[in-house]
Design a protein around this ligand. Structure first.
Ligand code: HEC
Length: 394
């Protein structure tokens, strides 16, 4: 008995290790992205996110080379107070500090018997001196990347810095209205929500109607129509882009939200109907027949019986459709473009226009995956049940 248990435990190890491995592979970069998005740009450029808990740059080097004479805070020698920003601004680069360290003071080497450190170490010490003198304080974490991403900031410094000094680029007002700057993720977030919610809700609603009709209503050609609908899944989205954009142009639907909703609804429907019909069709027949005997019409059977029972299928369809629409770039690019930029559009724009400012991209990427993660985790208990929905009766 005991041996059996041990064997069972051992036999599960490879499977569990594999799952743990997959989870780690998925979690580590996500976590790294999250940490990076909160780091100041200079830190991102000079060290990896895993160094976030290390001591600040240069503090160790300072302690080893300078602390003996200048003290922990740099103020032990009043004539050479390293906490004085005015003094440090004269030595704010390693090429300026290095000669000072090599110069003699009162006929003796500056650092006496301590050897003058290498240029790289001196560069790190400069960072530390700027930090303790307050000349350029570099916090470990900052919200600047998020602020810059939200307002679509493209200045050479950060939104906070430039606004504090009153020298922002032209399209920035330095007040709350900047959140709706068309170049920023704030506006794009609102637009993405505007696209995604109806484009998720509409196909599921229509598919629920259709799924019920295909399962429980008798009409001629039921199976043929269903087969055609399912077959429509193979139509590639790209193929319809030209005809539909021409029709949209005539109807004035280009660059409108309505156009995108209709497009996503059309392409979401075949799969949604397929799934809903399989799920609703697999519900017990007696249930519906006794409901009809009790005098229920189709509408009551649909709202009181089918919909509550189909919630897992609806939830998993909802997740799929939501993720698909949220992450879609092609349709948003073709039918909305820059007039009503969504998050994917904005990110792709940033990738091509922000060569050096990619720290903003870390925040932007995280902002864009925030909502899908919330949706996924809040609906995931339905998810597995719903995934099996299509498999129950095929
Ligand atoms: C052996 C002791 C000693 C060590 C070690 C030492 N210093 Fe000094 N440092 C001095 C003295 C003494 C002065 C001159 C103070 C004065 O003018 O009264 C000075 C002056 C300076 C000044 C001002 C120079 C100027 O021209 O105004 C700077 C900057 C400075 N030190 C930086 C450093 C740094 C950085 C380190 C570590 C790499 C360091 N020191 C290590 C003793 C030391």
């Amino acid at each position: 008995m005991k041996k059996e248990k041990i064997n069972k435990f051992l036999s599960h190890i490879p499977k569990n290790a594999l799952i743990a491995f997959i989870v780690i592979i998925w979690i580590v970069p996500t976590f790294g992205l999250l940490v990076t998005s909160f780091r100041p740009v200079q830190s991102i450029n000079s060290s990896g996110w895993w160094t976030i808990l290390n001591a600040p740059v240069g503090s160790k080097e300072y302690a080893a080379n300078c602390e003996a004479c200048h003290g922990k805070r740099g103020d032990l020698l009043p004539n050479a107070n390293l906490g004085d920003p005015q003094l440090i601004s004269k030595f704010d680069r390693s090429v300026l500090l290095l000669p000072a360290l090599k110069k003699e003071i009162n006929g003796a080497p500056h650092m006496q018997d301590i050897p003058v450190p290498s240029a790289q170490v001196v560069a790190d010490i400069v960072v530390h001196l700027k930090n303790i003198s307050g000349l350029e304080v570099r916090p470990k974490v900052t919200l600047n990347n998020y602020i810059d991403a939200l307002v679509g900031y493209r200045g050479t410094r950060t939104y906070t810095q430039d606004c504090a000094e009153g020298t922002p680029p032209l399209d920035i007002n330095c007040n709350i209205s900047d959140l709706l700057n068309p170049r920023g993720m704030g506006r794009a977030f609102v637009n993405s929500l505007f696209v995604t919610i109806p484009a998720t809700f509409l196909p599921i609603l229509l598919a629920a109607f259709a799924g019920y009709a295909f399962s429980w209503m008798n009409f001629k050609g039921r199976m043929t129509i269903f087969a055609i609908l399912v077959g429509l899944q193979v139509v590639p989205l790209q193929m319809t882009m030209v005809p539909i954009s021409r029709i949209y142009a005539q109807l004035g639907l280009n660059a409108t939200f309505l156009g995108v909703w209709l497009f996503h609804t059309g392409f979401g429907l075949p799969y949604a109907i397929y799934l809903m019909r399989n799920f609703l069709g697999s519900l017990p027949k007696d249930l519906f027949e006794s409901a009809y005997l009790d005098g229920a019409n189709h509408w009551t059977a649909f709202t009181k019986l089918a919909i509550p029972l189909a919630l897992p299928a609806i939830a998993s369809l909802g997740i799929f459709q939501f993720l698909w629409v949220w992450n879609d770039l092609l349709v948003a690019l073709v039918f909305l473009g820059g007039t009503k930029p969504v998050m994917t559009y904005q990110i792709s724009n940033m990738v091509s226009s922000l060569g050096a400012g990619w720290q903003i991209l870390t925040a932007a990427a995280f902002l864009s995956m925030l909502l899908p993660m919330i949706v996924f985790f809040s609906l995931q208990r339905f998810f597995v049940r719903g995934m099996l929905a299509g498999a129950v009766k095929g």
